[in-house]
Design a protein around this ligand. Structure first.
Ligand SMILES: C[S@@+](CC[C@H](N)C(=O)[O-])C[C@H]1O[C@@H](n2cnc3c(N)ncnc32)[C@H](O)[C@@H]1O
Length: 184
């Protein structure tokens, strides 16, 4: 996997440079390329599909998808330094700084100048809402998230529903793990 080596090394190096508390409060934990590749393989996504990772980090999924020949691929992250890193590591121009958990799906799509995506892929942040972990969203959305587990991960799933055409296309690392546990 020498093609992935540079990406992976630089991504790990960047992740290590981040402050531990900042990482914890924002659910920052990047996916290795092997796992991102397994998820993409498993999904068997048509090559012409439009795909977004709304919390893309350094771009493991973006890198994997582009390497496999997907072209209609977008990424967002709320952290401006991470967005620059992702652009550099993946070579993609379709990476935008955006709070994709705080903003509603319609606004995100408008900002990206895109219609609903065919697929949402990724590994969203996992962090329980609390004093240090905020969700800057509309009141009823925050209430829904609080009633369904009170975690950034839940917010990411709800937002994915708002951004994608077919709900079953939503996938992420945790759901993939659950699938693997059930199906062996
Ligand atoms: C678990 S990491 C995964 C990153 C990437 N999807 C991957 O698989 O390597 C979660 C990412 O969500 C980003 N994030 C956290 N809160 C966010 C928000 N409100 N809007 C957009 N991105 C956010 C973090 O900066 C981090 O890069």
């Amino acid at each position: 996997m020498s093609m992935n080596h540079t990406f992976e090394e630089k991504s790990i190096q960047y992740e290590k440079s981040l402050d531990e508390v900042y990482k914890k409060n924002n659910g920052i934990f990047y996916t290795d390329i092997e796992l991102a590749s397994s998820i993409v393989d498993f999904l068997n996504i048509p090559k012409n599909a439009s795909i977004i990772d709304p919390c893309c980090g350094t771009g493991s999924f973006i890198y994997t998808l582009l390497s496999l020949g997907y072209e209609n691929v977008y990424g967002c992250d709320f952290d401006s330094k991470t967005v620059i890193k992702c652009k550099n590591l993946t070579g993609s121009k379709n990476i935008k700084k955006m709070d994709t958990l705080g903003l509603d799906g319609e606004t995100i799509l408008k900002k990206l100048n895109h219609t609903k995506f065919d697929y949402v892929v990724g590994n969203p942040p996992y962090a329980p809402l609390g004093k240090e972990v905020a969700l800057n969203a509309e009141e009823d959305f925050v209430a829904n998230v609080k009633n369904s587990g009170a975690n950034l991960f839940v917010a990411a799933i709800y937002r994915a529903f708002e951004m994608t055409k077919v709900l079953s296309h939503l996938f992420c690392q945790k759901i993939f793990y659950i699938y693997r546990l059930i199906n062996g």
